[in-house]
Design a binder for this molecule. Structure first.
Ligand code: ADP
Ligand code: MG
Length: 348
């Protein structure tokens, strides 16, 4: 028996249970520490080719993770080397936000939404105060557990930024398209924490509607999707918009007013609507900082008060983007088979 247990172990003390993620770097597994019985997540670092040595992007991610410690930011427990693979070991989290929001019948209460969003802003505020830009805020990078704790994860695109320098030159090819703010889509290479605040704004609306608010297929369509709801930018609402590298190139042909309030006033409370529209200001200078957003009446004054959710594991299971995608694939397959059956039975 003891021998079998040993054989099943993947690394030093971790027994692999299931795959929970498939990302840019490679796979993420749920595993259990055979000595302490604690659940962990193992994120494998993909080694493109041994010739290049240890990937610099992974080194950057590890270095950043080692410098953070906050209840709303994922903590790197240790590194593990097994055969020729290197793994980052994290506390295991039961869900990610993408998995929860696409859950077929799971209902999130208003007070819970508020508590979760507050935790997201607290994590962001901590990172920004430490001079870190996350640069990939989206549902699948926000982890949750059944005790209602939320943690920001995936520092694969994160970097330190200089709070006092404005003539910096960062890449604008960051952040998953649907959560990318207008300044990056217009070619800005000098930017700051506002890029993460925009992502948080997108997620705030998504908490209520359960679908991403701006869904473009490419950069042009993404800008269009944003303009269709938030209105087109001009010098009045976004003073230096014409300084952005691609502004002239992709200038919209017709001016549009914001439709945001009329689209969401039935779904969101007055303070929620107000806060979301500020987070989604086209001009990054007009977006509140995470700290300012935390002081918003939406959290402190408007009812209901934030309440930490607590979910029974048996009731809701474990939901990550990965499982949700697998489920949708299965459903499609089933539907296809169903169609085939109807076709064959309908034929005379
Ligand atoms: P990538 O760079 O590949 O996107 P992530 O760190 O975002 O890597 O991990 C991919 C997925 O794996 C996440 O979307 C999440 O569903 C899952 N995951 C990551 N870390 C954990 C964790 N600590 N606990 C549970 N699931 C995790
Ligand atoms: Mg990710």
């Amino acid at each position: 028996m003891a021998k079998k247990r040993q054989a099943e172990r993947t690394g030093s003390v971790y027994e692999r249970k299931a795959q929970v993620g498939e990302g840019t770097y490679g796979k993420v597994y749920k595993a259990v520490n055979a000595i302490t019985n604690e659940m962990v997540a193992l994120k494998r670092i993909r080694m493109e080719s041994e010739r290049d040595g240890f990937p610099i992007t992974a080194l950057r991610e590890i270095k950043l993770l080692q410098s953070v410690r906050h209840e709303n930011v994922v903590s790197l427990l240790e590194m593990m080397v097994e055969k020729s693979s290197v793994y980052m070991v994290f506390d295991y989290m039961d869900h990610d936000l993408s998995g929860i929001l696409t859950h077929p019948n799971f209902v999130l209460e208003q007070a819970h939404v508020k508590h979760l969003f507050k935790q997201l802003l607290s994590g962001l505020n901590y990172l920004h105060k430490r001079g870190i830009l996350h640069r990939d805020i989206k549902g699948s990078n926000i982890l949750l557990n059944n005790d209602g704790q939320l943690k920001i994860a995936d520092f694969g695109l994160a970097r330190f930024y200089n709070k006092h320098k404005s003539n910096v030159d960062y890449t604008n090819r960051v952040i998953t398209l649907w959560y990318r703010p207008p300044e990056l889509l217009l070619g800005a290479t000098a930017y700051g924490p506002g890029v993460d605040v925009w992502g948080a704004g997108c997620l705030m609306v998504e908490f209520y509607t359960r679908r991403a608010i701006f869904q473009g297929q490419d950069e042009m369509q993404q800008l269009e999707a944003i303009y269709n709801i938030m209105g087109t930018p001009n010098k009045e609402i976004y003073s230096d918009v014409d300084q952005l590298p691609w502004y002239e190139l992709v200038k919209p042909t017709e001016e549009k007013e914001s439709k945001f309030i009329s689209l969401y006033e039935k779904i969101m409370s007055p303070c929620g609507l107000e806060l979301a529209s500020k987070l989604l200001s086209l001009d990054p200078k007009k977006r509140p900082s995470a700290e300012e957003a935390l002081a918003d009446p939406y959290f402190a004054e408007e009812k209901p008060e934030p309440v930490r959710p607590s979910w029974s594991g048996d009731l809701i299971g474990e939901w990550h983007e990965y499982e949700s995608k697998q489920r949708r694939k299965k459903e499609k397959q089933l539907n296809k088979e169903q169609e085939k059956v109807t076709e064959t039975t309908e034929k005379p």
